[in-house]
Design a protein around this ligand. Structure first.
Ligand SMILES: C[S@@+](CC[C@H](N)C(=O)[O-])C[C@H]1O[C@@H](n2cnc3c(N)ncnc32)[C@H](O)[C@@H]1O
Length: 413
């Protein structure tokens, strides 16, 4: 199952999270689900490091059949990152190769020898730097500085806990514990760190709308909007509405705008589960939407997702500098539409889950340079660590947080 997943993501162009969701439907036992999840995510997150560790022990890795290369990566992840002893990890992978087609079977001896000999000292260092394509790590360095860039990249190699947001965290925690979950407080109020006994969607706390899966960094973007109770908020690029429902739960009168109608439908169903109300508009925001200006506008723009490599390791396999440039151009267009939605005296919160300067501080600096009526405010980000950059701040993707850039701008009255 893991090899099929790795193949679908590495060569088949698929995203890991939905492919894994589908695969896990075949598994009942919690331990088996956790094992497959950790192995698939871990192998993809560490792929560059594992390839470098394996390279000196392989004469021509590029000539090996794809499946055998994936066996070596997954086996090396178990040996080098999880620290599984050779006697426990190697046999199972060799058996997988022996059950393959004849041209793979004859490589069983090679797989056995390589996986027995690989050594944690073979992993390149520092790990964060070596885990990313050099051009992408250079972008992190330019945005964050060298030390924070290494911490960010290394932080995204480690697994993510299940984070849930709750309007009533005490009641939600109690309900979750009643169902056998382990619950701890998250890094900001309203955020819980949870170890669930079963898939989240099967828990009553979820079905009854007490909790919403949300990374604390995403909740911090909502908090950067300030006190929204009773205020009209236009949530641009609302996607599946994770921030929209948090705004609505905090008492905002939310209008969500999104290009993709299927995401709007998913957001509406989720809002119903949570018992909150959203106005919705399907609109391509490359032109301003037909909405009366509001005192608060959130633009959570489409971006490279480079702050979410922990949960989306496939991004590092495929992203190109050209794609970042196209996103930068799109974000600039979306910011122009966001300004058209902003009432005089109002606030614009701009967020991207990206760790590049061009999508974050440079984007906002260009906007400020073009619009004298805007001034930056200090972004209240009740999380650490953060790094100041231009008019806003980066949240670093450590301790299970996603990486974000957030800036808060005010338009003169
Ligand atoms: C970062 S995601 C938004 C996540 C969402 N705010 C949340 O918290 O759940 C960016 C969204 O922008 C949408 N998008 C991309 N281009 C767009 C456009 N031209 N007009 C409107 N929405 C767009 C994408 O479909 C995607 O859902």
């Amino acid at each position: 199952m893991v090899l099929r997943l790795l193949a679908e993501v590495r060569s088949g162009g698929r995203q890991l999270a939905p492919a894994l969701d589908r695969a896990l439907r075949e598994l009942e036992a919690r331990e088996a689900r956790a094992f497959v999840t950790d192995l698939a995510y871990g192998t993809l997150r560490h792929a560059r490091l594992l390839e470098a560790a394996l390279a000196p022990r392989l004469a021509a890795p590029e000539q090996l059949p794809d499946r055998v290369r994936l066996v070596l990566l997954a086996g090396a992840f178990e040996r080098l990152v999880r620290g599984t002893p050779a006697h426990a990890a190697v046999h199972a992978w060799v058996e997988v190769v022996k059950r393959g087609p004849p041209k793979e079977r004859r490589l069983a001896g090679l797989v056995n020898a390589v996986l027995r000999r690989v050594d944690p000292h073979d992993l390149p260092s520092p790990p964060g730097t070596a885990s990313l394509p050099p051009w992408l790590f250079a972008r992190f360095e330019a945005a964050l500085g060298p030390a924070a860039a290494e911490r960010a990249a290394a932080g995204m190699l480690r697994p993510e806990p299940l984070w849930l947001s709750a309007s009533d965290p005490a009641a939600a925690a109690q309900r979750l514990r009643d169902e056998g979950a382990e619950v701890a407080e998250g890094p900001l109020p309203g955020s819980l760190r949870v170890r669930a006994p079963r898939p989240l969607a099967t828990l009553a706390a979820y079905r009854e709308g007490l909790v919403q899966p949300q990374n604390p960094a995403s909740l911090a973007v909502v908090r950067a909007c300030g006190d929204v109770a009773g205020r009209r908020v236009i949530d641009l690029c609302s996607g599946r509405g994770v921030k929209a429902v948090a705004l609505a739960a905090a008492g905002a009168d939310v209008t969500s705008v999104e290009r993709d109608p299927s995401k709007l439908r998913a957001a509406a169903a989720n809002a119903e589960r949570l018992g909150v109300r959203l106005e919705q508009l399907a609109w391509d925001l490359r032109t301003p939407p037909p909405l009366a200006p509001a005192p608060l506008v959130l633009l959570d723009a489409p971006c490279s997702g480079t702050g979410t490599l922990r949960g989306h390791p496939e991004i590092a396999l495929r992203l190109t500098p050209e794609a970042v440039e196209r996103l930068r151009e799109l974000q600039a267009q979306l910011l122009t539409s966001a300004l058209a939605c902003l009432a005089p005296g109002g606030r614009l919160v701009y967020a991207v889950c990206a760790l590049t300067a061009e999508e974050g501080p440079e984007q906002v600096e260009a906007l400020l340079a073009a619009h004298g009526a805007l001034r930056p405010l200090a972004a209240e980000l009740p999380l650490s660590p953060t790094v100041a950059a231009g008019p806003g701040r980066f949240v670093l993707p450590e301790e299970g947080l996603d990486g974000f850039y957030v800036a808060v701008l005010e338009r003169s009255a």
